[in-house]
Ligand binder design. Sequence first.
Ligand SMILES: C[C@](O)(C(=O)O)[C@H](CC(=O)O)C(=O)O
Ligand SMILES: [Mg+2]
Length: 315
Amino acid sequence: MNGPAPAQAARQQLRRGLDSGRLLRFPGAFTPLSTRLIAELGFEGVYISGAVLAAELGLPDIGLTTLTEVAGRAEQIAATTSLPTLVDADTGFGAPLNVARTIQTLEGKGISGCHLEDQMSPKRCGHLDGKTLVSTEDMVQRIAAAVAARSDPDFVICARTDARGVDGLPAAIERAQAYVAAGADLIFPEALSGPEEMRVFREEVEAPLLANMTEFGKTALLDVDTIAAIGFNVVIYPVTLLRLAMGAVEEGLRVIAQQGTQRDLVARMQTRSRLYELLRYRDYAAFDSQIFAFDVPTGEPVEPPPTASTRKDQR
Ligand SMILES: C[C@](O)(C(=O)O)[C@H](CC(=O)O)C(=O)O
Ligand SMILES: [Mg+2]
């Protein structure tokens, strides 16, 4: 007998993970390719960040991206892995009817779950000041629309509350409880200050909880043992890979601009052979031997071919 389709299997895996009491680590994939490394290094799932998607398009994280863009990128990322995927659906892209369509679209793209937040449109990064919230009732409607719209009951609906930074911790807890009652499977309390507030949240809210370990934000960066001991169920590193990559890209561009060559950078680069390994070049040979009809170089720096200025015979 055939097993469940890959998307269904990933959702079931996420459900089992949430029930397991173990902490699930979801780094934010900043490209479909980076997902391969996340899987290879043994992480439990892949996060798809709205902030990263916007940033990659050169945009701030203020709700400018569309459902089509988010779903398209999420689909590309999910296609590269069998791990569960959780995507940032911001405010759900409109009224409850739009939220319903958002869920159906993301489900259709093979995603395992998404989070919806209780900010008013235009939303902003949860770690900035000046956020405005919709009423608890309006957010409950968003969640109810999402729950009713899913066709796979294992598609995870995560409710994010941004209330901590706006109305304080008790208001955030109260909202989270209402969102659980409305059917949310996972709660994302945004921008808690640190372990103390996380502990209170854990005590007061009877649902799986997600910790956001974003850098340069309002929450202290805790290690997995601390987060697991508090009893949170999922940790995301939403923008970490983008920040690492962009840090390296900027440094590299400076070296090329200053030194006129990238030679000093080669040792820091992912080699051609490692890239090909991640791309699974060899597997493609199974249906077309011509594709892999060459040796994968070792990744050792190759001597540059002689140019007019280096060729002895031309000096
Ligand atoms: C989690 C988040 O929603 C995201 O889009 O990745 C952001 C992350 C960030 O801006 O650091 C958020 O926390 O609002
Ligand atoms: Mg976001």
